[in-house]
Design a protein. Structure first.
Length: 282
């Protein structure tokens, strides 16, 4: 399996290939090869900054002679007009790395800003905000980093680092007990030590899980606030609890006050607005 660094390197290489192709002909035709310049990253909207460390890797991977002066780091609250970094080097390199760096930083900062809003919304409760697998293909590692920078918690990274028995798994397996038992048989046969979570859609399924046991966390899918409180009381510390499905910024605190351990929010990554910023000559 590829490491996080290897995945980031592949993403950066693919992004440059996609953007530059056989050459940035606009830059090559009007900028001398030996021209040296400087650009700064201007923040144009209040939020949480994320992607600084990845941006440094973008610059270094394209041209390791570029010098990056970081003025504001990942996780900082930024406001319109702030200068987050200053980059010096070949003008051709500044121009060819600009869009990729901005694409990454705007999206990561947008996710971190959104996540931070949800985290602040739950202040005073013990509930953690989780991300999901509803991420941009190829950018999952970066987007999940942004969730952590914003104060959230990562759910599983992919299909490989946790067992999550969802409704389709249960239905195709022929029921909850079949799904859980087959899960344990598989993990034993493969010598794997993975946490097990199972989704339940109603109280009948919850009772089946409680009778069967053998899981670490129960996901309460599309439960009302009232039913979530009832379910949390029933589980009473036997398993971790997670709420999911249709929970919005306006309703998330009500769910947290039911005592759930986690609330997963697809909106952190699947439809977030990027934080406005620009990379200008200075």
């Amino acid at each position: 399996m590829l490491s996080v660094d290897e995945l980031e390197d592949r993403l950066i290489d693919l992004a440059f290939a996609e953007d530059i192709g056989d050459g940035d002909h606009t830059t090559l035709c009007c900028i001398p090869e030996d021209a040296i310049g400087k650009s700064h990253l201007l923040i144009k909207e209040d939020g949480i900054l994320a992607g600084v460390e990845v941006a440094k890797k973008v610059f270094d991977r394209f041209d390791n002679t570029m010098a990056v002066e970081v003025l504001i780091g990942d996780g900082a609250h930024v406001k319109k007009g702030d200068i987050a970094m200053i980059v010096s080097g070949k003008v051709r390199s500044l121009l060819q790395t600009e869009r990729l760096m901005l694409n990454i930083m705007q999206r990561m900062s947008g996710i971190a800003t959104m996540t931070n809003r949800y985290v602040e919304r739950l202040e005073g409760t013990h509930t953690h905000v989780l991300d999901t697998r509803k991420t941009t293909p190829g950018m999952r590692m970066l987007e999940k980093q942004a969730v952590k920078i914003g104060g959230g918690v990562n759910h599983r990274i992919g299909l490989f680092d946790m067992i999550l028995l969802k409704d389709n798994h249960v239905d195709f397996a022929g029921g909850i007990s079949n799904a859980i038992n087959r899960c344990h048989q598989y993990l034993k046969a493969k010598g794997l030590d993975l946490k097990i979570e199972i989704e339940v859609r109603n109280f009948d399924e919850l009772k089946q899980v409680m009778d069967c046991g053998g899981v670490d966390r129960v996901m309460l899918d599309n439960f009302s606030v009232q039913n979530t409180k009832k379910a949390v009381d029933m589980i009473a510390g036997k398993f971790e609890t997670e709420s999911s499905g249709g929970i919005t910024f306006d309703t998330i605190r009500e769910y947290a006050e039911c005592g759930v351990d986690f609330i997963s929010v697809g909106a952190l990554t699947h439809s977030v607005k990027g934080l406005d910023m620009s990379f200008k000559a200075c």
